[in-house]
Design a protein around this ligand. Structure first.
Ligand SMILES: [Zn+2]
Length: 337
C-alpha cells in the first residue's frame, strides 16, 4: 500500500498495536505514542484518527478503540492509522494541556501544529505525528469532547479562505457522511487573524492539514471527565459512515435520514458573575431567540444572572460543571438561519 511510518512499511491485511518513542522525560523515561493500524486487504484511502489531543477528553479514546476492534482487514479497503491518546503528557495530569513541568510552557496541543521536531515536548509529539502520519493521510478525523467542564455533541469544521480553496468540498462531504443529525459548527477563521483567540486556532490540526490539502473534521462528543455511551456510539458510527461513504467498508450507513443543522455563525455565551449555574436547556436543543438557557445563583442562593440565547440556535456545547467564575464558558449557540 506504500504506507510508511516510524520506519515501518505496512503490508496489506496487517494490524499494528505498538508504542513508538517520541521523546524522553528528565529521568530518561521514554515518552511514547500508542499507534493502532488496520491495513485492509484492498486498496483505498488512508484515514488518520486522533483521540485526546486534550488530556481531559476520554470519549475519543474509547470510540477509536471500539472502532478499530470492529475492523476486519479482510473486509477493509484502505488503511486506518489511529492514535487513541495523542497527548500523553496532558493525560497524566487529567488536564487539557500538559503542565509547565513537562516542557517549560503550558501549550495547547491543538494550537501548535505542525509542531517542531526540535521544540518543547508538546511540539515534538505533534511533529512526530505530523511527519509520520498526518502528511500521508487522505482524510483526518480528530476526536474531542468538552473536557472537564463542558458536554458537547457536534462536528467542528474549521476553515479559512486559504483552506476553502483546497478542501472545503471534502470537509462538507465528511461531515455530511458522519450524519446522524449531528450538528455542525462551520467556523470561519478568516478575518479574525488579529484576534488572539482566533490566531491560536490557526495552529489547529484541521487548519494546518487543510493548508496542505488534507480535509480534517473534529468530532466533538461528550465531556465532563466521563464516558458517555451514547456519544461514543455516535462517534463510532459517524466514523464508520465516513468509511462506508468513501468505499472502505461494504455496509449500510446509519442515520443519514436525520436532518443535520450547519451553523455558519455562532456565539460562546460566558458568565459575567461567579456562582453556581443552573441549566434550563439541554445539549443539542433548538432554542428560540431570547430563550432562557440558565441562571447563575450566588452562594447564598440568590439569582444574580440569567443567560439568554442571542438568536434562534442549536446548543452544541452546554456547561456540565456548575461552578462558574466570571468569564467562564457556558453555552455555544450555533445560529439557525
Ligand atoms: Zn479537545
Amino acid at each position: 500500500m506504500g504506507v510508511n511510518f516510524f520506519g515501518i512499511k505496512l503490508r496489506s491485511k496487517e494490524s499494528i498495536n505498538k508504542q513508538f518513542k517520541v521523546a524522553e522525560f528528565a529521568d530518561g523515561t521514554p515518552i511514547s505514542l500508542l499507534i493502532r493500524v488496520v491495513s485492509g486487504l484492498k486498496e483505498g484511502p488512508l484515514i488518520s484518527m486522533l483521540g485526546a489531543q486534550h488530556g481531559d477528553e476520554y470519549n475519543g479514546i474509547v470510540a477509536i478503540n471500539r472502532l478499530l476492534d470492529q475492523l476486519d482487514p479482510e473486509e477493509l479497503s484502505g488503511t486506518i492509522i489511529a492514535i487513541p491518546l495523542s497527548n500523553p503528557l496532558a493525560f497524566y495530569t487529567d488536564e487539557c494541556m500538559a503542565p509547565p513541568s513537562m516542557g517549560y510552557r503550558r501549550l495547547n496541543m491543538n494550537t501548535v501544529w505542525p509542531g517542531d521536531r526540535e521544540g518543547l515536548l508538546t511540539q515534538r509529539i505533534v511533529s512526530a505525528i505530523w511527519e509520520n502520519i498526518i502528511i500521508q493521510s487522505d482524510y483526518i478525523i480528530d476526536f474531542h469532547d468538552g473536557g472537564r467542564i463542558i458536554i458537547c455533541r457536534y462536528i467542528l469544521a474549521e476553515h479559512l479562505k486559504e483552506t476553502d480553496r483546497q478542501v472545503v468540498d471534502q470537509i462538507k462531504k465528511l461531515y455530511t457522511l458522519f450524519g446522524q443529525g449531528v450538528p455542525v459548527q462551520f467556523l470561519d477563521h478568516s478575518g479574525h487573524h488579529q484576534r488572539m483567540g482566533a490566531l491560536t486556532r490557526l495552529g489547529s490540526l484541521s487548519i494546518q492539514a487543510g493548508l496542505i490539502g488534507i480535509p480534517c473534521i473534529m468530532a466533538e462528543m461528550g465531556g465532563g471527565l466521563r464516558i458517555w455511551e451514547e456519544h461514543v456510539q455516535t462517534a463510532v458510527q459517524g466514523a464508520k459512515n465516513i468509511m462506508i461513504g468513501l468505499g472502505m467498508l461494504q455496509e449500510e450507513p446509519v442515520g443519514h435520514d436525520k436532518e443535520q443543522i450547519v451553523a455558519k455563525e455562532s456565539a460562546w455565551l460566558r458568565s459575567k458573575h461567579g456562582g453556581i449555574l443552573y441549566n434550563n436547556c439541554e445539549l443539542n436543543e433548538i432554542v428560540e431567540k431570547k430563550a432562557s438557557l440558565g441562571v447563575i445563583k450566588d452562594i447564598a442562593g440568590r439569582s444574580i444572572e440569567e443567560i439568554f440565547a442571542p438568536y434562534k440556535s442549536i446548543l452544541t456545547d452546554v456547561r456540565y460543571q456548575p461552578k462558574v467564575h466570571s468569564g467562564d464558558w457556558l453555552y455555544w449557540c450555533g445560529k439557525i438561519e
